[in-house]
Ligand binder design. Structure first.
Ligand code: SF4
Length: 491
């Protein structure tokens, strides 16, 4: 029988350096987590319809910055809350620059558009099992993380990634931050597929020396026109418009209309203009929204300099960024895509392998889900059922649907709790996110329920809506009920 490495077309000579931990994939029935208690109260805070009250609330206290996979921060037009002065380069981990965590080294793998071939899916399963703790984490940018990597595994991991085209340029590996509409070209919405934009932008990024000056947090968002990733706060956003046109914008600035064929070059020119603006400002900005007033990106000049015809265009009205629902999505060509999500954003190697589909491709979404295209109708429903049996979330009725958690203990030294053990299934409603400390790494945006560990061994429950927040008091033993009420999911 061929080994997993052989199946991935990989060099099997590399010795295994760390043993995978016991597979912990949950099946949706719950994992008997410890019931946390919490009695922190906020005097005078009503407990009914928390999110409905938020609109009338005063501005919130500041939310600590997101220190994990960098935000998908905010919405177009959002500006940094104050002057941002950076005196160092960003420290984002990569495939080659590993971060040392309490549970071993951590690698973050940039996957432009979240798109993987079946062979790359197999390679990531091998990487998780051979070099990591047996799991692959999915980030809020549709990237992947390996944890628990042994001290001497970096070279082997890099070699495996090179073999499978997951590391096309070592110098550029941390700047290939591109999210894309995960259902582009599959369900008949939007203006078609994004593969050509993705390929061209990625190749352009990797072909230039100057692009290595972009921070590991700088984000490109490619939207097929439906508006799903436009709302994720990209530093440079391309929005397909149909009829051979596209909008390009930097941060929340007014967009310009360009020919769709010029869009990847326009995105690159916009990124270069950002670096020029950041250099002129001298504040070390990592992202467009960190530029101080008076140092905005001059997109029109950048496009003119690049020889790209452009004209002003109105700001598009798009729906709030939202995750595609798990299930089966029909396409206009008679094929079907299967949509699933992993419980708490992590999969085992075996679960990864179960995703490989007839279309030869698996897409990771910026909402920590997977899209598997290329099925006929019956096969799609059968695969959905199989993936449900393998522990994936397959529908909004799953008790783990909408539940997320940061790394927490034991992987994060800052964690006050093992949030992945404590996280509770629910009955739907708003997203709920469990954080091991007030940094709230990887939290959702928009309306969500924030469950954060405190130093006294408890959790606070806060309903958040944009910049508004409402902490909910609860009595001993009522944490689950309180979260359910905040989510509005029928508890
Ligand atoms: S405990 Fe969670 S939120 Fe806090 S720093 Fe660690 S990963 Fe981030």
């Amino acid at each position: 029988m061929r080994s997993a490495a052989d199946r991935a077309g990989l060099d099997a000579a590399e010795p295994r350096m760390s043993q995978p931990r016991a597979a912990e994939a949950r099946t949706g029935s719950g994992a008997a987590p410890r019931q946390p208690t919490g009695t922190r109260t906020t005097p005078g805070v009503a407990t009914a319809s928390p999110l409905g009250m938020l609109a009338a609330m005063p501005p919130p206290s500041s939310t600590p910055p997101n220190q994990g996979e960098p935000p998908i921060g905010g919405t177009p037009g959002e500006v940094a809350p104050g002057p941002v002065v950076r005196d160092r380069d960003d420290a984002c981990p990569g495939a080659l620059r590993l971060h040392t965590a309490d549970d071993g080294k951590l690698a973050r793998l940039r996957l432009p558009g979240g798109i993987l071939t079946n062979r790359q899916v197999e390679a990531l399963a091998v990487a998780a099992e051979r070099y990591g703790d047996g799991h692959l984490g999915i980030t809020s940018r549709g990237n992947a993380e390996l944890r628990g990597i042994g001290d001497h595994c970096g070279n082997g991991l890099a070699e495996l990634l090179r073999h499978t085209a997951l590391l096309p340029s070592e110098r550029h590996e941390r700047v290939r931050n591109i999210v894309a509409s995960p259902l582009a070209g599959l369900d008949g919405l939007g203006h078609g597929g994004l593969h050509s934009w993705l390929r061209e932008l990625d190749a352009l990024l990797c072909a230039q020396d100057w692009t290595t000056a972009l921070s590991g947090r700088f984000l490109f968002a490619l939207d097929d026109g439906r508006g799903d990733v436009t709302g994720l706060g990209g530093d440079v956003t391309l929005l397909a418009q149909g009829e051979g046109a596209a909008l390009v914008r930097t941060g929340g600035a007014a967009p310009l209309r360009v020919a769709a064929a010029d869009a990847p070059r326009a995105a690159l020119a916009a990124a270069r203009a950002f670096l020029a603006a950041a250099d002129a400002a001298g504040t070390g900005a990592w992202r467009v929204r960190e530029l101080p007033r008076g140092h905005e990106v001059d997109l029109a000049a950048a496009l003119a300099s690049a020889g790209i015809p452009a004209e002003p265009a109105p700001v598009p009205h798009t729906a709030p960024a939202s995750a595609p629902r798990p299930g089966v999505a029909p396409g206009p060509d008679g094929t079907y895509a299967v949509l699933v999500a992993p419980v708490l954003g992590r999969v085992t190697g075996a679960q990864l392998r179960a995703l490989a589909g007839p279309g030869g491709e698996v897409r990771i979404t910026p909402w920590r889900g997977f899209v598997v295209p290329g099925f006929e109708e019956r096969g799609a429903h059968e695969r959905l059922e199989e993936l449900g049996a393998a522990g994936f979330i397959t529908g909004p009725g799953s008790p783990w649907s909408g539940v997320g958690a940061c790394t927490g203990r034991p992987g994060c030294a800052k964690a006050l709790a093992d949030v992945r053990r404590d996280a509770l299934p629910g009955s739907g409603g708003l997203p709920v996110y469990w954080s091991g400390c007030e940094r709230r790494c990887g939290h959702p945006h928009g309306d969500w329920v924030d469950v954060t560990a405190t130093a006294d061994g408890r959790y606070t429950v806060t309903a958040r809506s944009g910049m508004a927040e409402q902490q909910l008091p609860y009595a001993e033993g009522k944490l689950a009920d309180t979260i359910g009420r905040a989510r509005g999911g029928g508890r």
